[in-house]
Design a protein around this ligand. Structure first.
Ligand code: SF4
Length: 341
């Protein structure tokens, strides 16, 4: 359990609000994940009691190679730690290490109308691109609800596209509490002001490994620059002498996330009067971006040299998460009325 903080008003210990976050073990933590989620988690580690979960049960809803799953899970943990997640302040663990969450999912499934799940935008979007839709994709948001509620989380940092799932989680908590007595809090979605949805290097779709439009957080700088150099800018700016529109340029969004405000303001006005070229604009972005990423590459190299350290952090995190999950499930089983020998 993370330590309580001291309230400045009363000097009385104030328990930090518990927050739950999750990320799939895709094997690559990219800039979109970092700006849209992980950077926020690193900060929230100091203000919240953070539970961060690498969701390998969720990963089963996409095609995967079993022989690579454990390695990708390790790589994701290493990248989150390299990004600055403090395991002394927050809890980092792997979802499948706490199988109780699958049991809670089943109980929640029995309380969730099909119609509620059919309404989920992400399900509709993903299902529309598949010829045969598996039930796992359909109940994916119920597993998310179990992830959140088994740890009694009150805050859920998410991008805009996940807010609907947090609403469903609140609905499931209400249904359970009504049926079996007050057990779960109704968690709130916490959406970051900047960076909730980062577009890929194509400037169109959300940055995603499956679309091949990413820069990895731990990518060697020469490789990262090569990708940035060729990234799409304002599509209407065809020549150096054409004025651009930063609001239509993904490079400007990245400046807003990495560069100081003075730089962003300068780019905003210079771009509009063709006072700066796109290559120079990207070079400036790369300087600020790399200043933030270089220490992460160093931390990653140290962790890679001592992989046991990452495994110990995950084991310690799982122990803590298991303790909380088991306490919740003891209460749930009793309230549901399961047989006890
Ligand atoms: Fe985008 Fe910068 Fe080029 Fe303007 S100058 S279009 S903000 S890359």
């Amino acid at each position: 359990m993370a330590e309580a903080t001291i309230s400045p008003d009363t000097q009385a210990p104030a328990r930090r609000v518990r927050a739950l976050t999750g990320i799939q073990p895709s094997g690559e933590l990219h800039l979109g994940n970092y700006l849209g989620a992980v950077r926020n988690w690193v900060t929230m580690c100091h203000s919240h009691e953070m539970f961060t979960c690498i969701v390998d049960y969720h990963a089963l809803t996409s095609p995967l190679e079993p022989e690579r799953l454990a390695g990708q899970t390790f790589e994701m943990a290493l990248a989150i730690l390299a990004a600055g997640f403090d395991p002394q302040e927050g809890t980092l663990f792997v979802q499948s290490q706490i199988p109780e969450v699958a049991e809670l999912t089943w109980i929640f499934v029995t309380l969730t109308p099909m119609g509620e799940l059919e309404r989920m935008t992400q399900f509709k979007d993903k299902a529309s691109r598949q010829t045969s839709v598996l039930a796992g994709l359909f109940i994916y948001p119920v597993l998310q609800a179990a992830d959140i509620l088994i740890y009694q989380a009150q805050a859920v940092p998410v991008g805009e596209d996940q807010v609907q799932h947090v609403e469903l989680t609140r609905e499931i908590a209400r249904k359970f509490n009504l049926a079996f007595g007050e057990t779960f809090p109704e968690p709130e979605a916490v959406v970051p002001a900047l960076g909730g949805r980062i577009r890929g290097l194509d400037g169109k779709a959300k940055m995603s490994k499956s679309l091949g439009n990413t820069i990895s957080l731990l990518e060697p700088p020469t490789q990262a620059w090569e990708k940035l150099r060729t990234a799409v800018t304002d599509p209407a700016r065809l020549r150096r002498s054409d004025p651009g529109d930063p609001s239509k340029c993904n490079i400007f969004t990245l400046h807003q996330n990495f560069s100081p405000q003075a730089t962003t303001q300068m780019i905003d006005s210079e771009c509009r009067r063709a006072g700066i070229g796109c290559v120079d604009c990207k070079k400036l972005l790369f300087t600020h971006m790399d200043a933030e990423l270089a220490p992460m590459r160093e931390r990653a190299a140290k962790l890679r040299a001592q992989p046991q350290q990452v495994r110990e952090i995950l084991e310690h995190g799982a122990q803590h998460a298991r303790q909380v999950a088991r306490a919740t499930m003891a209460e749930v089983r009793e309230k549901v009325g399961f047989y006890r020998p």
